[in-house]
Design a protein around this ligand. Structure first.
Ligand code: ADP
Length: 451
């Protein structure tokens, strides 16, 4: 087992990793930017090292500063969390070449799955259904038109190196395809340093369903249930739940089969998520991408399975075998997570920074709050807007919704504008309550309310 882990991240996930490491008896090192000097992760870790300026390029994405911090503190492993360097295989390579264990999958796994066209090709080769689309990257307008001829409209142009819901363009006609193609490529180049794009058929009423898997270095791979993450804004998740109200036993078996086959075929190790879209019109399920890291919404899986996924990540990276009973027991629980973001839903979700004057986090039966904020904390304007994750777990979905309503009504983050009032309205919506929502739910919900 490791002696000391450096956490190359900030916010709630840095705290989450520090807590898991502490419980395993491992020392922790926090790194922080000048803007995060007063962040809780710097105080909860055994040591903290400043790695640069507020701008992420100069701190949380600054590979040499992070590696130096690991070497100075004699850390034998680095946990990247999510975002920042979590899916950067170059970073994983540098860690390994410096004799520091990267807590995540093998470098080749990150590389293959990080390229979405490669990932599509890989899954198709192993008979996992992918959304009809281009064979690989689409290099010219001519190729784009050929693909459109084959699959028909609507279609979606996506960045091969894409992530975070950015750089996707929906097209309904040749004219739109031709005008979007060049901009999509230059946007992808600017955002991800890779201008390659590919095309998929645009599924008009999908649900986002993802499979949590875990694998050790000895070929043992387990499926830990699915999560539904269809409540999204601009392709970014806002509410996640497990199990999905749309998945019955038969569909779950199919998801498990695809996820396990995909992970085994690539020789995957550590925890990972295989994402699918479920076409609610045809009930067909298609692979969209694999995330080779811990996800924000891992918590709902933890709650329904009783498995600490961050501890599991650390243990698997240290070379331990998959513990017995790491499995999804027949679902006896239901968990829902709301992302509490510092954004104003009334003003097109503009970020809300500033000092938190009053904070009250809900508690009681079935309530978990993962957060790095505290009363007196100043939210820096440089990073993502996630302030807290409110996770509710009870025996059934309907009970979880009732507890969620109660917990949301207790939550106070003053004077910051947050997504709490929006969540309060969503959980009252009949479509949400029936579990019949698709990825378009939130856009329609917001449109209807602004009319
Ligand atoms: P990212 O890596 O940027 O998160 P994904 O491929 O995981 O991108 O897709 C994010 C979201 O975008 C999906 O959950 C879904 O809402 C939407 N999306 C992606 N591909 C399609 C598609 N072919 N048809 C309809 N919606 C899609």
């Amino acid at each position: 087992m490791f002696n000391r882990i450096l956490i190359a991240n900030r916010g709630e996930i840095a705290l989450r990793i520090i807590r898991a490491a502490k419980e395993l008896g491992i020392k922790t090192v926090a790194v922080y930017s000048e803007a995060d000097r007063n962040s809780l992760h710097t105080q909860f870790a055994d040591e903290a090292v400043c790695i640069g300026k507020a701008n992420p390029q100069e701190s949380y994405l600054n590979i040499s500063a992070i590696i130096s911090a690991a070497e100075i503190t004699d850390s034998d492993a680095i946990h990247p969390g999510y975002g920042f360097l979590a899916e950067n295989y170059h970073f994983a390579e540098i860690c390994e070449s410096c004799g520091i264990k990267f807590i995540g999958p093998k470098i080749e796994n990150i590389k293959t799955m990080g390229n979405k066209t490669e990932a599509r090709r890989f899954m198709a080769k192993h008979h996992i259904p992918i959304i009809p689309g281009s064979k690989g990257n689409v290099a010219s307008k001519e190729e784009a038109l050929n693909t459109a001829n084959k699959i028909g409209y609507p279609l979606i142009i996506k960045a091969a190196a894409g992530g975070g819901g950015r750089g996707m363009r929906i097209c309904h006609s040749d004219v739109r395809l031709l005008s979007s193609f060049t901009t999509a490529r230059s946007e992808a180049e600017a955002a991800f340093g890779d201008g390659n794009v590919y095309i998929e058929k645009y599924i008009e009423a999908p649900k986002h369903i993802e499979a949590q898997i875990a694998a050790d270095n000895y070929g043992n791979v387990v499926f830990l249930g699915e999560r539904e993450c269809s409540i999204q804004r601009r392709h970014q998740k806002l509410i996640e739940e497990s199990p999905s109200p749309a998945v019955n036993k038969k569909l779950r078996r199919k998801i498990a089969e695809y996820a396990l086959r995909g992970a085994k075929s690539i020789g995957y190790s550590n925890v990972g998520t295989i994402e699918f879209l479920l076409d609610t019109k045809t009930q067909k399920i298609y692979f969209i991408e694999m995330n080779t890291r811990i996800q924000v919404e891992h918590t709902v899986t933890e709650e329904v399975t009783g498995i600490d996924l961050v501890k599991l990540q650390i243990m698997l990276a240290a070379g331990e075998k998959m513990p017995s009973k790491t499995e999804m027991t027949e679902n006896k629980k239901h968990a829902i997570e709301c992302r509490i973001n510092a954004e104003d839903p009334e003003k097109n979700f503009i970020p809300s920074a500033g000092k938190i004057e009053a904070l009250y986090t809900p508690g009681g039966f079935g309530v978990r709050v993962d957060t790095h904020i505290y009363s007196g904390y100043s939210i820096p304007p440089f990073y993502d807007s996630l302030l807290a994750k409110l996770i509710i777990t009870t025996k059934s979905r309907s009970e979880s919704i009732e507890t969620l309503k109660r917990a949301l009504s207790e939550f106070v983050v003053e004077p910051i504008k947050t997504t709490i009032p929006l969540h309060q309205r969503i959980v009252e919506d009949p479509v949400f309550i029936r579990g019949e929502y698709t990825t378009h739910f939130l856009d329609r919900f917001l449109e209807e309310r602004s009319e």
